[in-house]
Design a protein around this ligand. Structure first.
Ligand code: OAD
Length: 234
């Protein structure tokens, strides 16, 4: 049964939705950055071993945001949220701010945000639009440096209680532009209640494609606006 616009909707996005804005996905770039495997830069161990390298990696990522814009897929999801009359949650694995800039507000960044810093002493999280290094002091407590507000490999993703709660109650669960390599995000489709409509929109079938009831392959900027029209029109 097709839900009305009053149904309970949860969407999960990954790097594929930002690819056509010009941000490279993780797996498409071979997971490499200057010959370092991303897993070797994006870990607490890497930060302890070579903080300058880790700060530089995220400074580059943060600066790259100034060169990109939200695309038609980001905008379509913001339009969907404005028109939707029932519970709505957009969960993104992306640390970019393209959903925010497109106008999404019912949004959780489960892997953190490039444009925020977190104090290593008091834990305060604050906006951090510029570069960050070992001398960057926490504006709240002034006691310690800040680190990128990013969930590194081996750390717990953010807001998981709220995310599981929404996924377990939803009528429709949609995953967009994510490869299904990284858990717990890849396992959310298995947390839905029986009878939930599940749909994957991706350039190619993901590793967990078989867990979805429906799959559409193609570019996010084609698939997502069409899917949003369909949901709102139905
Ligand atoms: P991946 O790079 O693993 O996967 C991106 C997916 O997007 C792939 O399945 C591509 O086929 C698909 N894709 C590429 N271009 C597309 C397009 N134009 N339209 C639609 N789909 C497209 O990215 P994620 O699944 O997001 O974690 O990766 C998950 C996590 O792994 C990331 O959040 C990051 C990384 O390690 C952290 O930073 C903690």
């Amino acid at each position: 049964m097709a839900p009305s616009t009053h149904g309970n909707l949860v969407l999960l996005t990954g790097a594929g939705i930002s690819a056509e804005s010009g941000l490279r996905t993780f797996r498409d770039a071979d997971g490499l950055w200057e010959n370092h495997r991303v897993e070797e830069v994006a870990t607490p161990e890497a930060f302890r071993r070579d903080p300058a390298l880790v700060y530089r990696f995220y400074n580059e990522r943060r600066r790259s945001l100034a060169t990109v814009q939200p695309n038609a897929a980001h905008r379509a999801l913001a339009r969907l949220e404005r028109a939707w009359q029932g519970p709505f949650l957009l969960v993104t694995q992306n640390v970019d701010d393209l959903h925010d800039r497109a106008g999404s507000r019912q949004l959780l960044h489960m892997h953190g945000e490039l444009l925020k810093g977190r104090c290593l002493a008091c834990g305060a999280v604050q906006a951090w639009p510029g570069d960050m290094d070992q001398d960057s002091r926490c504006p709240t407590c002034q006691r310690a440096p800040v680190r990128p507000h990013i969930v590194w490999f081996g750390e717990l993703p953010l807001d998981m209680d709220r995310i599981y709660d929404a996924v377990e109650r939803c009528d429709v669960f949609v995953a967009i532009g994510t490869s299904g390599h990284v858990y717990p995000a890849a396992g959310l489709v298995q947390a839905v209640a029986p009878g939930t409509r599940t749909l994957e929109l991706n350039l190619e079938p993901s590793l967990v494609a078989s867990a979805f009831g429906e799959a559409r392959t193609g570019r996010a900027t084609d698939l997502v606006p069409a899917f949003v029209d369909e949901l709102l029109g139905g």
